[in-house]
Design a protein around this ligand. Structure first.
Ligand code: NAD
Ligand code: UDX
Length: 462
């Protein structure tokens, strides 16, 4: 039976996932470790509002177990040494250098973890891939562990995480399924069973699926590719709707009522963001290409091409509608996070739309309920389109939406935060320059009410 779990990586996956395991398995000691001292200090912050990941319900669940059977620490060696089972939950970003640049997953953090486990481990351990990885990564991890270890036995499992940000806690408490891949040997099956027993503390057995390692690794990439493909598919139709007089919300509803299609992931938008969809599809494309499967690669790459087009189309439309120039105009962004109910901004469409508009010399004002000003600067600087001081000059952050929108030429809605619907839009209108425009990248507002106030309102796909 598992008594002691270590999770390497205290990020958006490691933190919430381990908090839920700790809450549901009071007899297991769970230690989440990270090299990033500030992140660990934030997880340990007395003020629960300061934990580094914003997720509805997460603060409460962390408080339930923190310093009882849930610990956050920078002492990676000690946690590895004590653990029977180690989750690797470190980041696996797209490579930014060398072969596979811009496509393949960068596995350097994974390899460092494997080497550290090999160096520290003194007894047999189960090592679980929680990070999203290219198919057959377990082979590389096993090779490192077996060849540089201290003669101890390692079992490698794949247990990809399917939580979505913004709903992480409910997804973890009530998952559609838990997927565990392992070797088809006696030891492999025993290791699988031990991890099944951990999840069985709160997940029904028939939702815990066991497969071979490669199916598990590939299923995670495939799930994300299918979800992203639905968003790109409806976004492709949104452009056609704009040309034909059809309304994409009505089309989505009509097709979603077909039980074979289903209603989820059919919301047209300014484009998907987040740390997973693009990275994982590029990874899939890279793997397909590396096997010479060019048609397979091209098929999936189109999902990204469509998404890039959708983001660019949104910013181009703003420029065109504002009389073909946004130079020195104030454009207010409501929302910067890649979706509502998270403080995560990775790959958010807002970053790319802002970049395009700054190229056109617009002044960007931003209000997001959970994103801080320094994050916005970091995101823009990462693109390397211009100097940090130029980005700083072109953007201004506000901590209240009414000030952010005052004297603006236009508002662009980039994130579907619920609170945006509850604003006093008449007051916002009264304080804007006229004509006052709203570009709704999330089809969030009630079009007829907004138009009635006097706004010129444009949404996606109508
Ligand atoms: P993240 O960047 O938020 O967190 C990763 C953490 O790992 C960082 O805090 C980093 O400091 C730490 N780290 C890196 N190398 C380390 C090392 N050698 N030792 C100790 N700590 C180390 O990333 P994330 O969003 O939590 O994603 C982690 C993995 O889970 C990725 O593979 C991602 O694709 C996958 N995933 C993410 C989500 C999501 O919604 N974010 C969902 C499912 C799967
Ligand atoms: C995704 C997967 O959903 C999750 O299972 C996986 O573990 C990690 O990747 P995440 O990226 O956190 O989760 O959020 P998700 O809800 O999938 O949204 C991704 C992006 O697509 C967001 O920018 C969202 O706004 C956008 N989206 C989603 C749409 O534009 N339309 C939709 O209908 C759904």
């Amino acid at each position: 039976m598992i008594k002691n779990i270590c999770c390497i990586g205290a990020g958006y996956v490691g933190g919430p996932t381990m908090a839920v395991i700790a809450a549901k398995c009071p007899n297991i000691k769970v230690t989440v470790v990270d090299l990033n001292q500030k992140r660990i200090a934030d997880w340990n912050d007395q003020n629960i509002d300061n934990i580094p990941v914003y997720e509805p319900g997460l603060g409460e669940i962390v408080l339930e177990s923190r310093n009882k059977n849930l610990f956050f620490s920078t002492n990676v060696d000690e946690a590895i040494d004590e653990a029977d089972l180690i989750f690797i939950s470190v980041n696996t970003p797209t490579k930014t250098y060398g072969s596979g640049k811009g496509m393949a997953a960068d596995l350097k953090y994974i390899e460092l973890c494997a080497r550290q486990i090999a160096r520290v481990a003194k007894n047999d351990k189960i090592v679980v891939e929680k990070s999203t990885l290219p198919v057959r990564t377990a082979e590389a991890i096993k090779s490192i562990l077996d060849n540089t270890g201290n003669g101890v036995q390692f079992q490698i499992l794949s247990n990809p995480e399917f939580l979505a940000e913004g709903t992480a806690v409910t997804d973890l408490l009530n998952p559609d399924r838990v997927l565990i891949g392992g070797e088809n040997s006696v030891e492999g099956q025993k290791a699988i069973q031990k991890l099944v027993d951990v999840y069985a503390n709160w997940v029904e057995r028939d939702k815990i699926l066991t497969t071979n390692v490669w199916s598990s690794e590939l299923s995670k990439l495939t799930a994300n590719a299918f979800l992203a493909q639905r968003v790109s598919s409806i976004n492709a139709i949104s452009e056609l709707c704009e040309k034909t007089g059809a309304n994409v919300n009505e089309v989505a509803k009509a097709i979603g009522m077909d039980s074979r299609i289903g209603p989820k992931f059919l919301k047209a938008s300014v484009g998907f963001g987040g740390s997973c969809f693009q990275k994982d599809i590029l990874n899939l494309v890279y793997i397909a290409k590396s096997f010479g499967l060019n048609e397979v690669a091209d098929y999936w790459e189109q999902v990204i091409i469509m998404n890039d087009h959708q983001k660019r189309r949104f910013s181009r439309n703003i420029v065109k509608t504002l009389y073909n120039t946004v130079a020195d105009k104030k454009i207010t962004f409501l929302g910067w996070a890649f979706k509502k109910d998270t403080n995560d901004t990775r790959e958010s469409a807002a970053i790319y739309v802002a970049d395009d508009l700054i190229n056109e010399q617009a002044r960007i004002a931003v209000y997001d309920p959970k994103v801080e000003s320094n994050q916005i600067q970091t995101d823009l600087n990462y693109l390397e389109s211009r100097s940090a001081s130029e980005n700083e000059k072109a953007t201004k952050c506000f901590d209240n939406p009414y000030d952010a929108c005052k004297d603006a030429h236009a508002i662009a809605i980039l994130t579907e935060w619920d609170e945006f619907k509850t604003y006093d839009w008449q007051k916002i209108y009264d304080n804007m320059l006229k004509p006052a425009f709203v570009f709704d990248g999330r089809n969030l507002l009630d079009a007829s009410k907004i138009k009635e106030i006097g706004f010129i309102y444009q949404s996606i796909g109508s």
